[in-house]
Design a protein around this ligand. Structure first.
Ligand code: GLP
Length: 236
């Protein structure tokens, strides 16, 4: 595991530098991308630097809310706001209002497997330790699926978007753990406790992110606030 802790103002640049490194030399990369507040600095830095994925890159959204397609709170809308569609390849996303969302996420997952699985999984981490929508209770081999969101997750997104979604679809722990490399991003003091629990406490389904400890190619980019509860060794 490699932990890079930087001052908050360098978080976006450090995240992009780590991603560039992980993608160096990877042909036709298959990449999972997160939404949420955490990756906003990364995507802003991509736009600022004029970063482009290679033309053969395949992008998959990590998860999606159970909003109707046109709702501004969908992850699809998030990506359209932060990664201008004119400059970035389309991102495979489940439309939750598809006739059968379970079938839809299965189809996307099948595409992912046909593409050879993930080269890089870029992940945020939920305050309750979820990855994507692999909520507490998720085993390390949990598949792509439709999930009921926990109260903690619902509270995290409550606010501008109403009604707060109750369900989501997600790539599974299985697909994330099988990624050749994983890049975890975390910033702000609100992530300090869960980041330490994920990286340093015993592995448990109660904190699905703790299973990342067993990933052979794990890079964590965090700001100093999120790194505050990590042991000195990790932060060094
Ligand atoms: C959300 C998403 C995750 C995201 C996480 C952290 O609920 N399902 O994909 O990584 O929670 O969100 P934030 O970055 O806003 O803290």
């Amino acid at each position: 595991m490699r932990v890079v802790a930087v001052p908050p103002e360098e978080f976006g640049a450090a995240s992009l530098a780590a991603l560039r490194e992980l993608l160096a030399g990877v042909e036709a990369p298959v990449i999972a991308l997160p939404t949420g507040n955490t990756p906003v600095a990364l995507y802003a830095e991509m736009v600022r630097q004029g970063y482009r994925f290679t033309h053969d890159a395949r992008l998959f959204a990590l998860d999606e809310y159970c909003y109707p397609r046109a709702h501004p709170g969908t992850n699809a809308a998030f990506f359209a706001r932060h990664l201008p569609p004119a400059d970035f390849p389309p991102i495979a996303l489940t439309a939750f209002d598809a006739a059968d969302p379970a079938l839809e996420i299965e189809r996307i997952c099948q595409d992912l497997h046909l593409a050879g699985g993930l080269d890089v999984a870029v992940l945020g981490i939920g305050v309750n330790g979820h990855l994507g929508f692999n909520e507490p209770g998720s085993a390390p081999d949990a598949p792509c699926r439709v999930v009921d969101l926990t109260e903690a997750t619902r509270a995290q997104v409550a606010g501008p978007w109403q009604p707060t979604p109750t369900r989501g679809v997600t790539l599974g722990m299985d697909e994330l753990m099988a990624a050749k490399s994983v890049l975890v991003l975390a910033n702000g003091p609100g992530k300090a406790a869960i980041l330490a629990a994920a990286l340093e406490a015993p592995q448990t389904p109660d904190v699905p992110a703790s299973f990342l400890q067993r990933h052979p190619e794990l890079t964590v980019v965090c700001d100093t606030a999120a790194a505050a509860a990590l042991s000195a060794v990790q932060r060094a």
